[in-house]
Design a binder for this molecule. Sequence first.
Ligand code: BES
Ligand code: ZN
Length: 460
Amino acid sequence: MQNILNFIEANKDNHLSQLIEFLKFKSISTNPEFKEDIKNCANWLSENMKLAGLENVKQFSEYGNPLIYAEWLRAGENKPTVLFYGHYDVQPVDPIELWNSPPFEPTIKDGKIFARVTADDKGQVFTHIKAVEAYLKTNGNLPINVKFIIEGEEESGGEAIEEFIHKHSEIISCDYVMISDTEWYDGGNVKNAQPSICYSLRGIAVAEITLTGPNRDLHSGTYGGAIDNPINTLCWMIAQLHDKYGRITIPHFYDDVIELNDQERTNISNLPFNLEDYKEDLKINEVNGEIGYSTIERATARPTLDINGIYGGYIEKGHKSIIPSQASAKISMRIVANQDFKKIIELFKVHLQNLTPPTMKLSIKGEQGGNPVITSLDSKAIKACTLALKNAFDKEVVYMREGGSIPIVELFQSKLNAPAVMMGLGLSTDNIHSPNENFSLRNFFGGIKASALFLDEIGK
Ligand code: BES
Ligand code: ZN
């Protein structure tokens, strides 16, 4: 094993310059204008995986953005097969003016590499490819069988991989799924971050709603006071969606929620957490949320409803005295086991329709989502991952829930019957989905070692 770790140490510059190449592709999946960049990125990554020594590298492009598949299956049938999953697509970069360096010109500063999607998820998934490469180039073989499936539309719904799994789950059949697309736990202060294994993700349900009032924008002097204003009404409707206890008011919304048991609540309350650090990091005076739950519980184990964007009316410079014809909002709900995103979207639609006054027409579009997931901590792969992280970073490992979503993980567990191991490498300061996204070089290089140690450990 030491020779492999030495190889990784000796190849740091090489690994970093490859990551920089990878980060230059504008593989934004939420906007169809970037289709060509997605394709180029997929081709570059496929080539890199071939050079790493992976075999049977191919792209499945008939379902949507290319899914990249690769394998190395020569360890024999009595060795486990681990499927590595990740995504090469990225979120949009705006507001671009808040970036200190251009999002697709990777820049190294203060031990971090700044670029869009460096932590979420290119940098993280790349650690596994480089670990496999280090193993193959040093030893000529791997201690286990591996498969990779890297998708290009995780940030925009992930329909392609879903269809692929429904049609071809045998191609990616495996004993475990390894995913690095989550974060280290730090209790509110990144200085206290510890290597973390995530055992639960929230699901997500999104929709965009539009209220239409009058057929055109109107003079707010001539008509104001006589008819309903869609923006006023939309704001009122949104305000009805939570009660004074911070609970969501959609009827039957909580019906399927599995409450945290006492043991887990104790475990969560034993995680180090500093509320003052947490508030200071966000520059807020107070936290707020559902009554009866701690901040960590609220942010990881309870369902939520948030407005992600709201638009309508006049927002350019100066003032325009109108009653707008329309108002819209983009909404996301985070859901927890055992809620189902399709059911939640239906409940949401019925409730919104009921809230809509007769003065308005309601339309809803863009409904999509993914289900939550909980994985057992009691597997050989979790033990191997724990040891690997501990040895790579020389720190204790914590087990945590994440509030974010990786929609496909639930399908991996239910369709492939393979438990997921989520070895997160991100930090709370990585600014994922925000300007100045970055990935710590310590976690990049350490992640390659952790992945190699994981291969070694699970192959024993
Ligand atoms: N890597 C994130 C999920 C994540 C974020 C895990 C933070 C842990 C901590 C993932 O790429 C992501 O952002 N997912 C989206 C999914 C959505 C667009 C369907 C999310 O959670 O918003
Ligand atoms: Zn993301």
